[in-house]
Design a protein around this ligand. Structure first.
Ligand code: ADP
Length: 169
């Protein structure tokens, strides 16, 4: 199966690229962003500094440095307000732009965290629906990307992502 939910720490995955739930500065932060920067080492921050930040929904590529993954795709998540301020579209853009970069780079395996569902406060059900639907649609007819992992760091995320994935195909 091309799409799987994986329970664990995204920084440990031996895939071509892991996606980071970054902020606009791209210089690191809390949650999965902090974990990725710690595991990748200080060279990641140096590389990120050269990118000059990014807008919400945008994604930019760096190497993975000390990570087992070759690359990190830094996608800027959307802070959730009330769902009526374009949140869904901007969260969708995170996944869309990450997949676009992966395709351009010829990446065959990619892992996503549950972008925006932590510090950024996006409701888990809605965010998971967007993640699974967007990535599925953009990869189902693609021959380059042959493995997609949706990474869950806790029980609830694992169960919601698994549920959404089961329903899509
Ligand atoms: P955001 O600011 O986009 O909300 P967070 O890092 O706060 O990002 O949370 C996004 C998701 O990443 C949450 O489900 C959180 O539990 C999860 N997470 C935190 N650390 C890791 C990790 N090392 N590997 C995978 N997922 C993680």
């Amino acid at each position: 199966m091309k799409w799987n939910v994986h329970r664990g720490d995204i920084t440990e995955l031996e895939v071509d690229a892991i996606v980071n739930a970054a902020n606009k500065s791209l210089l690191g932060g809390g949650g999965v962003d902090g974990a990725i920067h710690r595991a990748a080492g200080p060279e990641l921050k140096e590389a990120c500094r050269k990118l000059g930040g990014a807008e919400t929904g945008e994604a930019k590529l760096t190497e993975g440095f000390d990570l087992p993954a070759d690359y990190v795709i830094h996608a800027v998540g959307r802070v959730y307000r009330d769902g009526k301020h374009g949140e869904a579209e901007e969260l969708e853009n995170c996944y869309r732009n990450s997949i676009e970069i992966a395709k351009e780079k010829g990446i065959s395996s990619i892992a996503f965290p549950a972008i925006s569902t932590g510090i950024y406060g996006y409701p888990l059900e809605e965010a998971s629906e967007i993640a699974i639907r967007t990535v599925y649609e953009l990869t189902k007819d693609d021959d380059t990307i042959d493995k997609v992992l949706f990474v869950a760091f806790d029980d609830k995320t694992e169960s919601v992502l698994s549920d959404k994935l089961e329903k899509i195909h």
